[in-house]
Design a protein around this ligand. Structure first.
Ligand code: SF4
Length: 358
């Protein structure tokens, strides 16, 4: 077996790194691009199948490398067809991802960090605190592990949303490295329009994202209509208040037909009044943007409830009347706690014993 002695993971290296690697072995640079294509477009995990390479090069690579995805530790199917995955990383850390099939496409919601430090009050992941950042290999690997588990073929129309555990912009470089592989015509070939990064509003990194040559669509988790309300729900607002956040959004360079998305988790009696809707419309005035209204998923442990449906409709209507396109998004996977804001790996699974008293 070629891979018996391998120690390092080849999966997650980008095109340039693979070209450098090929040259280290005395091979031409273009061999690196062939490996890239085999790993990410052909989804090969067995180095023996990289048949563009000579047998001796494959053997040398296999002495050092294997192609390793996160391990599917558990898959929890929902009644609505979606599945919550618990994926185990090489150090035993566990992250979550959600598979949501629809008629003509599949959406994967993936994590960028194990846990999260941002501490949004309505979010289960916040209860874990930040365990650690994920590597590009671990971010990408969630997509490949689920594609393999679901036996997805290369024609499956995939949407990727970075809305799982973690704040993607607080793990900027690995997230962008993974996105570049996903979007590469020689990699996963997912157009930028079908990759969405959702942020709580880390302003300096929004500016950085604006300068990236390959960038996904941007979604901002808004969830409030005043600074006071937002700071109570999202402590990050104290550092990055609404006026500055919206100024960064106004400066953000949108491509033709691109819209910013603002996510707004509706919390009964907290941020769902008509006045809130009017203030949101005012905040977003003049922005090329749409709003996704996400009725909160009630669950044990957090002191919030789902608003009554007529109030959700009224909120949407007020925004629409003010010319802000607004869509009600009913989260999928509610019965398996895979819905927006509900991803959490049980503390006992995710934390080392000495951490469990936090
Ligand atoms: S909503 Fe997102 S940014 Fe906020 S705590 Fe949860 S995972 Fe972190």
């Amino acid at each position: 077996m070629l891979q018996a002695q391998a120690t390092a993971n080849l999966f997650g290296l980008n095109s340039e790194e693979l070209k450098q690697l090929a040259m280290e072995y005395g091979e031409p640079r273009y061999r690196g691009r062939q490996i890239f294509h085999d790993l990410y477009a052909r989804r090969q995990q067995n180095l023996e199948n990289l048949t563009n390479l000579s047998k001796s090069f494959r053997q040398q690579l296999a002495l050092r490398f294997a192609v390793i995805y996160p391990r599917v530790r558990e898959k929890l199917p929902s009644r609505d067809g979606s599945s919550r995955y618990l994926l185990e990383l090489s150090d035993g850390q566990v992250v979550e991802a959600v598979h949501m099939p629809e008629k003509s496409r599949v959406t994967l919601c993936i994590s960028s960090q194990a846990g999260c430090a941002v501490d949004c009050r309505f979010c289960f992941t916040a209860l874990m605190g930040l365990q650690r950042n994920l590597t590009a290999s671990e971010i990408l690997g969630q997509v490949y592990a689920i594609a393999q588990d679901q036996r997805m073929d290369s024609h499956t129309r995939l949407n990727i949303v970075l809305m799982g555990m973690g704040e993607p912009l607080l793990n900027f470089a690995p997230v962008m490295k993974a996105i570049r592989v996903l979007a590469d015509p020689d990699g996963m070939r997912i157009p930028w329009r079908r990759i969405t990064l959702s942020t709580s509003g880390i302003i300096p990194r929004i500016h950085d994202l604006a300068h990236e040559p390959v960038r996904p669509k941007l979604a901002i988790s808004l969830n409030a209509s005043t600074d006071e309300q937002r700071a109570a729900l999202m402590p990050v607002n104290r550092k990055y208040p609404l006026a500055e956040l919206l100024a960064a959004c106004r400066a953000y360079p949108l491509r033709p037909r691109e819209l910013l998305t603002f996510e707004y988790v509706l919390l009964d009696g907290v941020n769902d009044s008509g006045d809130d809707a009017l203030r949101v419309a005012k905040l977003l005035h003049g922005l090329r943007a749409k709003v996704n209204l996400i009725p909160y998923n009630s669950g044990s442990g957090l002191p919030f409830r789902t608003p009554p449906f007529p109030r959700i409709l009224e909120f949407q209507e007020i925004l629409s009347r003010k010319h802000v396109p607004a869509f009600i998004r009913i989260s999928r996977g509610q019965d398996i706690r895979a819905a927006c804001g509900q991803l959490i790996v049980e503390r006992t699974e995710a934390m080392a014993p000495e951490d469990q008293s936090h």
